[in-house]
Design a protein around this ligand. Sequence first.
Ligand SMILES: [Zn+2]
Ligand SMILES: [Zn+2]
Length: 552
Amino acid sequence: MDEEPDSAEPNLAPISVKLKLVKLDGEKLAALNDYFNEYAKAVNFCELKMQKIRKNLVNIRGTYLKEKKAWINQTGECCICKKIDELRCEDKNPDINGKICKKCYNGRYGNQMIRKLFVSTNKRAVPKSLDIRKVARLHNTHYHRIPPEAADIIKAIETAERKRRNRILFDERRYNELKDALENEEKRVARPKKPKEREVRYVPISKKDTPSKGYTMNALVRKVSGMAKKIERAKRNLNKRKKIEYLGRRILLDKNWVRFDFDKSEISIPTMKEFFGEMRFEITGPSNVMSPNGREYFTKWFDRIKAQPDNYCYLLRKESEDETDFYLQYTWRPDAHPKKDYTGCLGIDIGGSKLASAVYFDADKNRAKQPIQIFSNPIGKWKTKRQKVIKVLSKAAVRHKTKKLESLRNIEPRIDVHCHRIARKIVGMALAANAFISMENLEGGIREKQKAKETKKQKFSRNMFVFRKLSKLIEYKALMEGVKVVYIVPDYTSQLCSSCGTNNTKRPKQAIFMCQNTECRYFGKNINADFNAAINIAKKALNRKDIVRELS
Ligand SMILES: [Zn+2]
Ligand SMILES: [Zn+2]
């Protein structure tokens, strides 16, 4: 489902915009809904039939060879081609009933073959009971997309089931360990008693050398009975085969299917004439968005679409409680036009004591200059404030209480807006200073950043998703404006002095940095730690040290 049509430049990920289809009258709404329903019907039909076809197949599990880091299947004679080869699965259909090789498997059950079973063409007919054309009325191109979509769903179901099975196995192992520890004195080890603890705490013998806090005897009893119930419940759920119904949310429209009328903010899809007739759909655009910010945003997008009109699009359907909305998701690939003459680098430190800090480092003058900006992290503040309001609300008699509480609980949209705003500002700074952007590579996750920063683990795990989101946003907004982005290894960016480069430094507080080198111009001064880290990040990129990725 997620295979994107062609990718010419691996560096530049396609970026997409959602344009809402507005002012849909009854006829248009009905036509769109009908088409999505037909599509979903076809996928569900195909999924069921496919499961039937594959019902009599049993995969042969290979063995994993650690030295070769590969799975090796058993070898034997194939029941169809009679050659000695690696065997893929056991086919229990009456006409075969035996083990078959990889090649024969692909010949019978490979994606290509399965597709041919369902979709007839001029030259080739298909069994009547499998013909998708008899089930739903779709555009010819879409008939060919149905089997892969159904195969994806089946794959998703299987993966979910496997995960559930593994989870149960894991839980059972843990359960047995705890049960042994509870029943057998030799299978448990006492933890050293801490001053405030009243009861002794134990761990299973296998966890002897871990820092686990352990359980008191009572807790152990509760844990064991709780786990037994949990495992039983999970097993019961496993037996109920879950069916995922495909609801039809996304339909791919090929390149040059969509015609844009930019003056009226309208689109038409001539290729789908059979279904939508001459219908023109109004989309959100500069001419019908009232807020100045929104108008600027859509004007920019319309300019991009004008330059690259024939890109692929998705038609999306979003169903909420009381209404159904449709969107055109237009996918645009930014042109690679790297500027070679940057005058410096904008170093960005994400997630120090603040949410982000951006410092411009001039390459010629070899020093930090304006623009410099440090963005505070309001998320903790929001959360405490929200907690207070929830407390007050839950005690007082307020109208629409549940609704109000519900809306308070969800602060993700606010975080989103805030991150967008900061990313926009940072890219604006880079453009103004004619600088490229350098950031730390946070893909390694918390541990790597932590090693370098020595900050509290919990605080980081809470904020990590915000940090990642922010760096991704900065990256994509920068690339859209043609600003180069460099990722560097996040080691020692906060320990080194950005002026003299020594590691003989001190951090009396999270936010303050002190250089201990007596010759340094920072000696004896309290320097903002985030400012210092941001310069180090910029310098690393300018000196071309520790570069992980470079995007332009
Ligand atoms: Zn064979
Ligand atoms: Zn120094």
